[in-house]
Design a protein around this ligand. Sequence first.
Ligand SMILES: Cc1cc2nc3c(=O)[nH]c(=O)nc-3n(C[C@H](O)[C@H](O)[C@H](O)COP(=O)(O)O)c2cc1C
Length: 153
Amino acid sequence: MKHLLIVYHTQSGNTRRLAEAVLAGATDELVTEVEVRCLIARDAGPDDLLWAHGLLLGTPENFGYMSGGMKDFLDRTFYPVEGKILSLPYAVFISAGNDGSGALRAIRRIANGYPFKEVQEPLIAQGAITDAHIERCRELGMTLAAGLEAGIF
Ligand SMILES: Cc1cc2nc3c(=O)[nH]c(=O)nc-3n(C[C@H](O)[C@H](O)[C@H](O)COP(=O)(O)O)c2cc1C
């Protein structure tokens, strides 16, 4: 059984909608050998990262950066897992008013240190969440789960 961890932060609910779509994709009935854990960033910790074989990180862009809640998760977990994670496959989904590049850059920079290995293109949902964003998040979740199950990542 492979383990997929989804960690997200949200303030006004947009990233939660993306996370729910990612979760729906990751738990698609076609994927049978992957256990999925979906947590708000404040409830996630080092043990969750050590449990995971794959990771999906979701954040709003706030002030050109990842949200404080996501940064807090990374701040709290970095040293406790240091040296215990070899190269965790991961991907990012972001909700942004009109940009998202600053949040992505910040996450990628920190992810290099863990180290996490980016295995799928990031999903940046700009503006109001659309059906297309939801569908792409569903695909992202399913791709990570199916890739873990198949041993691709
Ligand atoms: C304090 C604050 C700062 C923000 N800064 C940015 C920003 O730098 N770039 C951007 O594209 N959107 C920015 N936004 C808009 C949010 O990224 C956007 O509303 C997003 O959908 C919020 O996601 P959430 O509902 O999951 O909290 C900001 C919003 C807030 C509240």
